[in-house]
Design a protein around this ligand. Sequence first.
Ligand code: C5P
Length: 220
Amino acid sequence: MKKIIITIDGYSSCGKSTLAKQLARELDYTYIDSGAMYRAITLYFIQNRIDWNNHDEVREALDNIELEFEYNPITQASEMHLNGENVELMIREMLVAEKVSEVAAVKEVREFAVAQQQKMGEQKGIVMDGRDIGTTVFPDAELKIFMTADTAIRVERRFKELYARNKNISIHEVKENLELRDYIDTNREISPLRKAEDAIILDNSQLTPDDQLRLVMQWV
Ligand code: C5P
């Protein structure tokens, strides 16, 4: 069967990565979590005290950043490596979540990430999730999905995920971070989160993962 590019965009914690992983498994495609790239860049900026409002500093820092997805046979997932170090767990922490949308709004950061994402898609056979994948990264993708879900459901999903690793986290904190990120992602100047004109909307508030996969496989 001809290999295609599938893009999944949408608000934070809609279940984009769950769907992307399901599709990649079903179709034997590569899954790419574009958000992990912005999170890893943010982690680097925090660790190295880079001022992301200073364009020269950002450009210089980006020259020293190497991002790679590596498959981990234990977790059976592709994990983010930053300059050779596995940072998969660290990039999911609140410290990074609080800053990532500010960093992702910086022009140089987006150019850096988008160029790498487009290269990963050259061979097709990929599922990529994010905010601008159907609009900017792969405007000619064969299948574009725009995901939404009720805010309360999204907050609960993200809270459960984070609470499993950190019992100090509060649902209020998670809700605030999710709403702030959605606000910044939707209102930024470059590649804001938007539904591509030719994207299909998927509201998964009331769908189980199995229902969701069955439905999307029909679109594929
Ligand atoms: O997908 P995830 O929630 O991990 O993404 C983290 C953040 O990275 C988003 O809130 C957004 O600010 C940024 N992002 C982006 N463009 C993408 C993917 C993620 O701006 N394609």
